[in-house]
Design a protein around this ligand. Structure first.
Ligand SMILES: [Zn+2]
Length: 288
């Protein structure tokens, strides 16, 4: 039996509903599920000092191996092309990190700037990108001059995603595009793994949106959804890794079984993405 709905210490960050039910506790953070849209969120938001300690740590953003770097480059290029197809030329990326999207966007001819206070952004600057060493809300928009804002894997990190969307508006020209990705709490992996879903990782992730929650949030922020897809990036290597980690273990037999299962699972994993039940959402919306 699931827990009863009750008054939540924090209104739903997606739809603002006041009632939620207890879901589980992970890493000392109680998680609640919105009674209206199903979005998962931490009951207590970390203090600004706790958050700064995470994002200003020099090791943040630095975990990618070589195949991961290649995968990210391909993903970034696909995203840059989708933005260009929506008419964007001048793009601001919030939370650009080491700059893989800035690279891809510049490569296909977009004008890009980044915003990121994380020390890893120095690597993007070293490759010639313009990256503001501030949080976005510390900068004053001089004019609504960007065709698009990109915020890949950003929304789930902030205490008020609505305030963040509202903060984007003065930077965009009328009809400008917001492009974002964020983990999904509507997917099959989230449902199957619950608290063991790797995207449940407080205090970095403070909320995981359901489809309904994300659509509601964008609407409240004054953005009209144009395209929403789900993706998981589960190739064979990642699937095998997942089977070992979450189901089978690390014995030689388990490793062999995990590899065999991964071959079988690769096509179903693509199908899961195609029907919108993958690990994350990628959304494109136009400012009203
Ligand atoms: Zn909600």
């Amino acid at each position: 039996m699931s827990a009863p709905d009750r008054e939540s210490p924090r209104a739903c960050p997606a739809c603002d509903a006041a009632r939620a039910r207890a879901a589980f506790c992970k890493r000392g953070f109680d998680h609640l599920r919105c009674a209206r849209c199903g979005t998962l969120f931490v009951a207590r938001v970390p203090t600004p000092d706790e958050l700064a300690a995470i994002y200003l740590d020099p090791s943040y953003h630095e975990h990618a191996g070589e195949t991961e770097v290649e995968r990210r480059a391909a993903e970034a290029e696909a995203r840059a092309r989708r933005l260009r197809a929506l008419g964007a030329q001048h793009v601001l990326e919030v939370g650009c990190g080491v700059g893989s999207f800035l690279d891809a966007a510049a490569r296909i001819g977009l004008d890009v700037e980044g915003v990121d206070r994380a020390p890893s952004a120095a690597r993007a600057r070293a490759r010639g990108h313009r990256v503001h060493d501030r949080w976005l809300d510390e900068l004053r928009p001089v004019a609504a001059r960007f065709d698009a804002i990109a915020a890949w894997e950003v929304l789930e990190h902030v205490a008020s995603p609505l305030a963040m969307l509202e903060g984007f508006r003065p930077w965009l020209r009328p009809g400008g595009v917001l492009a974002l990705s964020t983990p999904s709490f509507s997917g099959v992996y989230a449902r199957a793994l619950g608290p063991r879903f790797p995207m449940v990782c407080p205090p970095e992730h403070l909320e995981l949106f359901t489809r309904r929650g994300l659509v509601t949030l964008l609407d409240r922020g004054g953005f009209e959804l144009r395209r929403l897809r789900s993706f998981s990036n589960l190739g064979r290597a990642r699937l095998a890794n997942g089977f070992r980690r979450y189901a089978l273990g690390e014995s030689p037999l388990a490793r062999a079984a995990a590899s065999a299962l991964a071959v079988i699972a690769e096509q179903p994993a693509r199908l899961v993405d195609a029907v919108g039940l993958g690990i994350s959402f990628e959304a494109y919306a136009r400012m009203r």
